[in-house]
Design a protein around this ligand. Structure first.
Ligand code: NAP
Length: 527
């Protein structure tokens, strides 16, 4: 399949604009196949209009129909074969095993939503039957369930060109909820986005979903992206990326005539608390953390960017062992020139701050496209007084904060911004001694983990990927796992509604055999 570079305005391909961009190989600087035509204002309007029209029909599809649609998307993605893997590797500079793994994860999460729909109980169907003879007043028949919000705007992330992108978790959860989706393709992997969009459109056609159920447009976030978010047809936004980008969209969405939710997952430095007992085997700990800091060239939102520990001789040994482990880590190619340059600039800015000492650095010189691992340390009181040190350095960088006592450790935890994750390392017997600190960390994060590394986010029902601001704009929701669907629905209550107008999930016969709450009782029974 050759890359055509056109926009997907619903089921139509379109390239009416005179602006275009190309993608260049990070090392050779040669252009990859394809010229990507930025959507014009009119093309974006057409996509929005189609999506809005599609919503009226798409929201009426049954959960079973949407499950089949999602499963067809996975088949169409797999039908792209190795071409998808090769293109994604070329655009992201990520190795084959990572891309194949990420494709598996993408397929897995779409199927997870399909299974959720097949089971059906996630809609939280709740029924309070009428009580005409109740005294002093009768009760009406009241039935409530979660219904789709409307058109969802999705912004692709650069660091997961498949799993947090065109057919990633935002798109899959929105389509599962019954919401049409308009994706703003990421300029660093537009060819990958095109291939995936073509697979989704094939599935739209095969499953007879309405034209406009899915669109994907190229162009800059500042023009195309902002036009979409500001349009009244759009009812929610899914975003993963920089704090600046997420916050801009959040502000715009709140300035609209009708403000809408923006589910932006932004930066996080993922504090890791090393309790004294975790430093009994400093070599093992240093190797584990050197691996996590440099995994995927540090380009994960769950990268361990901050280590908190109490000063003692064991910590000095850890620093020596970490320096040794990091030294042997070869620098590796980053996602894009922009990300690599941002890493160098932000790292330089971070390590030139007052009181910062570089304690570990990869030994080998790096190519201009590569990120070189670096770990620095700082005294707790300096960390607390300088908010700059809490800014995410996206790449293989971490900062060790040395606390002179527990009181200082408490102050450090207290000073932390909201995070996606927090990690506690130490023996079980010691955990209860540090309960206060562990609970304080829990207040700061969406996922707290013990004796592990924060990198690696399981896609499952119990996952929470989203933390207090500024890690994300709404800590009540997750962007990974089945819970992600809840971002794109709202409860609707039907009072004395004729059965023929009720959604299937709320009818007496419970033909879907879902678990409902009927008159305060959890049940699958027929009424
Ligand atoms: P990004 O710059 O935030 O871009 C993500 C998407 O949002 C792109 O499609 C971008 O469009 C759009 N966008 C950005 N700013 C916008 C604005 N002001 N108005 C409208 N749309 C806007 O993120 P990125 O390109 O993936 O990476 C850049 C930096 O983000 C990284 O260096 C890193 O610091 C951070 N990042 C963080 C995470 C995380 O998980 N926390 C993940 C990836 C990246 P354009 O491409 O047209 O600008």
């Amino acid at each position: 399949m050759s890359i055509h570079g056109k926009n997907f305005i619903g089921n139509e391909l379109s390239a009416k604009g005179d602006k275009s961009s190309k993608i260049y190989d990070i090392n050779s600087n040669e252009a990859l196949e394809g010229e990507f035509f930025h959507a014009t204002k009119q093309e974006v309007d057409e996509a929005l209009e189609k999506a809005n029209k599609a919503f009226a029909l798409y929201k009426q599809t049954s959960q079973q129909q949407r499950a089949e649609f999602l499963e067809t998307i996975t088949e169409e993605i797999m039908n792209l074969g190795d071409e998808l893997v090769v293109r994604t590797m070329a655009e992201s500079n990520l190795p084959r095993p990572r891309i194949e793994g990420e494709r598996g994860r993408t397929i897995g999460q779409i199927k997870m939503f399909a299974n959720l729909l097949k089971e059906g109980s996630w809609v939280e169907a709740t029924i309070d039957e009428s009580m005409p003879n109740r005294e002093p007043l009768p009760r009406n028949d009241l039935r409530k369930m979660l219904r789709p919000l409307g058109v969802v705007s999705v912004f692709e992330a650069s660091n997961f060109p498949l799993a947090f992108a065109c057919a990633g978790g935002d798109t899959a959860s929105a389509l599962a909820a019954g919401c049409p989706v308009i994706v703003k393709a990421h300029s660093s992997h537009s060819g990958t986005s095109e291939l995936i969009a073509s697979a989704i459109i094939s599935a739209v056609k095969k499953c007879n979903m309405p034209d406009g159920t899915f669109s994907m447009v190229h162009g800059s976030g500042r023009s195309v992206g902002q036009q979409i978010v500001l349009d009244e047809a759009v009812k929610a936004v899914g975003f993963t990326g920089s704090t600046a980008g997420g916050m801009k969209l959040f502000e715009l969405a709140n300035q609209r005539k009708t403000p809408i939710p923006v589910f932006a997952e932004m930066g996080s430095i993922n504090p890791c608390l090393f309790l004294p007992s975790s430093l009994n085997d400093t070599k093992k700990l240093a190797n584990t953390y050197a691996g996590s800091i440099t995994l995927g060239v540090g380009q994960f939102c769950t990268n361990p960017g901050l280590i908190l520990a109490l000063k003692d001789t064991k910590l000095e040994n850890f620093k020596i062992d970490l320096a040794e482990a990091i030294k042997d880590m070869s620098p590796a190619t980053m996602l894009s020139k922009g990300i690599q340059e941002a890493y160098e600039t932000n790292k330089e800015e971070a390590i030139k701050q007052h009181g910062i000492t570089v304690i570990a650095q990869a030994f080998e010189d790096n190519l201009p496209s590569e990120g070189k691992a670096t770990v620095a340390s700082v005294e707790a009181k300096t960390f607390i007084s300088n908010p700059k040190l809490q800014e995410e350095v996206f790449g293989p960088y971490s900062l060790l904060v040395e606390c002179k006592d527990v009181n200082e450790l408490n102050q450090v935890i207290d000073s932390l911004d909201g995070q996606l994750t927090a990690t506690v390392m130490g023996e079980d017997s010691e955990m209860s001694e540090y309960k206060e600190q562990i609970f304080a960390l829990e207040n700061k994060c969406g996922r707290i983990l013990f004796n592990g590394v924060p990198t690696g986010v399981e896609v499952c029902q119990s996952m929470q990927h989203g933390g207090p601001f500024p890690a994300s704009t709404d800590s009540r929701f997750t962007s990974v796992g089945t819970g992600a669907i809840k971002r794109f629905v709202r409860p609707v209550c039907y009072q004395d509604c004729p059965s023929s107008l009720l959604p299937e999930e709320l009818r007496n016969e419970n033909s879907l055999d879902i678990l409902r709450i009927v008159n305060d009782e959890h049940t699958r029974r027929i009424l």
